[in-house]
Design a protein around this ligand. Structure first.
Ligand SMILES: Cc1cc2nc3c(=O)[nH]c(=O)nc-3n(C[C@H](O)[C@H](O)[C@H](O)COP(=O)(O)OP(=O)(O)OC[C@H]3O[C@@H](n4cnc5c(N)ncnc54)[C@H](O)[C@@H]3O)c2cc1C
Length: 285
């Protein structure tokens, strides 16, 4: 199918982008890598009179590290995040997770801002943002506001972004010390969205786990944070008990690809696997 007719705008500054979004309101939509929006338009699952292509806006792209944070511009491509040595060194979990996004053709076009704003519950990067307490930088003609990841994802394909707002960047805290990270996911075919996935980070001190982050995806309307399991890991509880806590209250729904019960079962396996792998990496750090 072909998309409904639209006007394509190609602004070169953030000011122009914000002006277009403010001017056209609900009728306008940001176009980044197009890997999610274009198929939805082509299938006529959605339609907009105006597309605002942000790919020419230099200030929305790039990676900088300062003051304990890695700041990633919204239009930074997945292919950069999966390989950039600064990203790999500063926030390894982001690089690991991004390498699992789709096929390389998709990673060459798709952007982190697009993946976060699209908020697919089975996507990797939203789970990383949630687990690591990332902060979204959101800009409109009214100014800039910061939204913690925990408040950003509101439902399937729904976020705290208003129609006149653009996600300009996302900041990830840089973990120091003896740290380890892992991403475990179950996919039916290479490049598919995950049926279930887990992202995990730990840091080790003299008395064991000092810090833990555990994010789940593909098992709810948004990515989920397993906070009780994180606390149990820091408290030194057994892996089996930690995994059981991660499943607490988890009720994935059935769909064409898998039953909710199967997803729940697999989540427990992947949680144990991800923690094991992250701990192993931290021990050898
Ligand atoms: C075959 C296939 C397999 C895929 N597999 C995976 C996978 O395994 N894991 C995964 O995570 N993703 C997967 N994707 C999706 C891919 O990661 C997309 O790149 C991503 O979801 C959207 O990024 P984009 O830059 O292409 O955004 P677009 O498609 O351009 O936009 C997506 C949405 O985000 C909004 N948006 C984009 N940028 C901004 C911004 N800066 N501010 C405000 N709103 C914005 C758009 O308006 C739109 O609503 C897959 C896609 C395909 C086609």
């Amino acid at each position: 199918m072909k998309p409904a007719p639209f006007t394509l705008h190609a602004p070169e500054s953030i000011g122009e982008v914000l002006g277009l979004l403010a001017g056209h309101g609900d009728e306008a939509k940001v176009l980044a890598g197009g890997q999610s929006l274009v198929p939805m338009l082509a299938l006529r699952l959605t339609r907009f009179g105006h597309l605002v292509d942000v790919n020419r806006v230099g200030e929305l792209s790039g990676v900088t590290r300062a003051g304990g944070w890695l700041r990633v511009g919204a239009t930074t491509r997945h292919s950069v995040l999966a390989q950039d040595t600064d990203v790999v060194a500063a926030v390894p979990l982001l690089a690991l997770a991004t390498a699992k996004v789709g096929h390389f053709q998709i990673r060459n076009r798709g952007t982190i801002g697009g993946a976060l704003a699209h908020a697919d519950p089975a996507a990797e990067q939203p789970a990383v943002a949630l687990a690591l307490d990332a902060v979204m930088e959101v800009t409109s003609e009214q100014g800039r506001r910061e939204v913690p990841a925990a408040e950003f994802f509101e439902g399937t394909w729904a976020t705290a972004l208003g129609p006149e707002e653009v996600l300009s960047a996302v900041r990830f805290p840089v973990w120091e010390g003896r740290r380890g990270f892992a991403v475990e996911e179950l996919v039916r075919r290479h490049g598919d969205f995950a049926l279930v996935g887990v992202v995990c980070g730990v840091t080790l001190g003299d008395r064991g786990v000092e810090r833990a982050a555990l994010g789940l995806f593909g098992v709810g309307a948004t990515p989920l944070r397993a906070r009780r399991a994180e606390d149990a890991l820091v408290a030194g509880e057994a892996l089996e008990d930690v995994a059981r806590l991660a499943l607490d209250g988890l009720q994935p729904s059935d769909d064409l690809h898998a039953s909710g019960a199967y997803r729940r079962e697999v989540t427990g396996v992947l949680v144990r696997r991800a923690i094991g792998r992250a701990m192993e990496e931290a021990r050898s750090a």
